[in-house]
Write a protein that binds this ligand. Sequence first.
Ligand code: CA
Length: 232
Amino acid sequence: MKNRLLLIEDEINLQNSLAYLLEREGFAVESASTGEAGLELARATPPDLVLLDVNLPGIDGFETARRLRADPRTRASLIIMLTARAHPDDIVQGLSSVADDYVTKPFLPRVLLARIAAHLRRAGTGEDAGGAALLRFGGLSIDPAAHDVRLDAVQVKLTRTEYDILVLLAAHPNRVFTRSQIIDQVRGSDFAITDRVVDTQISGLRKKLGGAGQRIETVHGVGYKFLDAPGA
Ligand code: CA
């Protein structure tokens, strides 16, 4: 099946030439000239990947990305932002909180194509896909197929047990797991696991996950759950 790409770019010449290039590479491409129009297309048929210009008329690329992330229908779509070289560092920094990657204009087509291919492969939606689907919650992404956890695109180093607990909880958002259920699922990956060990591992996980650690909620007297929307 073809990978679905959504291109949101208001420079019509660039939009046309990119759409042509991407279609020639075998992608199914939809194009929009504003964030609002792009969101509408994305909600109707969620794309595998969105190429998103930062400077757009109406809502900008950042706001468009935030809305894509906030909507359960489009949350899993990968986002590559297209930025201008003139953008100051703080803008580029901000990109990492909403996008999976960014490419600075002007770019070589083959560079953009390579980045697209790499992201689709990692997300497991490319032609050589296999294994479990990518889990994504805001800036946190968990790739069970690659045993890869990233926070704002930066890899988080977890122990095997921390990783197993995180995947168990995050694969079932908002479901409460007792300590013994957690032990049953991850038993023996590093060492014998007790209730105490579960608590220690959870506390380590929270630290390593920074802000995203708040998604792991203690359910007093019961166990833990992973919140789909923290603070909700
Ligand atoms: Ca633009």
